[in-house]
Design a protein around this ligand. Structure first.
Ligand SMILES: [Zn+2]
Length: 370
């Protein structure tokens, strides 16, 4: 991996913003980490998920097959929401003041078949430090299947990527659990970064999780409903979960106004880290309470990237402080009013990256383009 550095001496954007946000918590007496505002979400989401699983597999109400497939789709939506609301905050240490609670709740990702240990490095360290730095940020590293930015190699198939993108997203959670985790485990690499070494306990958790997942989500349903009905339900669940995860995470960084940096060789980014976080990130539908509830505050990604250890339940309030601060410092605050607008903007960018190999986004920091 190339050495990427930020110029944190360039200004005082971040220290002054932190003071304002800390003052807000002192004045209101609110807690930065989770409270019942987030605990209740975990309870609701887990009850819905378990309910849908029971309906789909054991069918106690003798539902028709269409309704059981719908249960699988809702299970997919709910699983993604557990990822957004519960696992994400916990893995950042924002769910509770107690680290053991964060560690335990972070294992929600393992309950869904993933691996919290690998995620913490991939997401908390790599993605949150080198956001939209091509060749380092693993979230935009899906080449050659998808071309996420102008510095990535172009192949003719990318001309259709905006059309096959939903299919790739629909497969993403399945590939994450059954392919990408194993790739990271066996190669010891997360993108271009060397992965943290797993001790024996982490290796046991890794294999235990995968065995549990196959047992509960594959073997058990097959033994109850048979192979083909299982296949239909399993892929319905994953298609919905993958689409929800793919779209929500991508709306935060790959849209029209976000910035891109290149990390193909050692690069000094002449911005404070926090300013770069704002520039590479976008909010959407800040006023939409339903979207906000479902995506666990991931529509306030700017606030999340600046304050990942503050629970998402506080983002609506502090976003006004952050937005005003950005205006004061002349830092562009990307804020799509609606989720639909953000989805359209994402697909527009993906079409441009795919159809025109010479297209360079307005806010690209051009270095050593491929
Ligand atoms: Zn995060």
């Amino acid at each position: 991996m190339a050495k990427i550095t930020y110029n944190n001496k360039k200004g005082d954007f971040y220290p002054t913003l932190k003071k304002k946000v800390n003052a807000y918590f002192e004045e209101t007496g609110k807690t930065k980490t989770g409270t019942w505002a987030i605990y209740h979400k975990a309870i609701i989401l887990y009850i819905v998920a378990i309910g849908c699983f029971v309906m789909a597999v054991f069918n106690p109400l003798d539902l028709a097959n269409g309704w059981r497939l719908l249960s699988c789709a809702i299970l997919g939506l709910t699983s993604a929401s557990i990822g957004f609301n519960v696992m994400h905050d916990a893995c950042h240490g924002a769910y509770s003041t107690k680290q053991w609670v964060n560690d335990a709740v972070g294992l929600s990702l393992n309950v869904l078949g993933g691996n919290a240990f690998l995620w913490k490095q991939k997401h908390n360290i790599i993605h949150h430090t080198y956001t939209n730095v091509d060749e380092v940020d693993e979230d935009i590293m899906k080449s050659p299947v998808i071309r996420h930015c102008h510095t990535q190699k172009w192949v003719p198939a990318h001309k259709a990527q905006h059309m096959y993108l939903p299919l790739v997203y629909a497969l993403s959670s399945f590939l994450w659990i059954f392919v990408m985790d194993f790739q990271k485990y066996f190669t010891g690499k997360i993108g271009t970064t060397n992965a943290w070494k797993m001790n024996t306990k982490e290796q046991l958790i890794f294999w235990g999780t995968k065995l549990y997942y196959v047992g509960v989500f594959v073997v058990l349903p097959i033994s109850v409903v048979g192979f083909l009905p299982f296949l239909a339900g399993f892929f319905t669940m994953h298609a919905v979960m993958g689409l929800a995860l793919g779209i929500v995470f991508q709306l935060a960084h790959v849209v029209e106004d976000t910035h891109f940096f290149s990390g193909y060789e050692d690069t000094k980014i002449d911005e404070e880290w926090a300013v770069a976080q704002v520039l590479t990130t976008a909010n959407f539908a800040r006023k939409n309470k339903l979207v906000n509830w479902y995506v666990g505050g991931l529509n306030f990604q700017i606030e999340h990237h600046l304050f990942p250890r503050i629970s998402h339940t506080n983002y609506p309030a502090i976003s006004e402080i952050v937005k005003a601060h950005c205006e004061e410092y002349g830092v562009q605050y990307n804020d799509a009013p609606t989720m639909f607008g953000a989805v359209r903007s994402h697909f527009k960018m993906m079409r441009l990256f795919g159809q025109d190999k010479d297209f360079v986004p307005a806010n690209a920091h051009l270095h050593h383009a491929h």
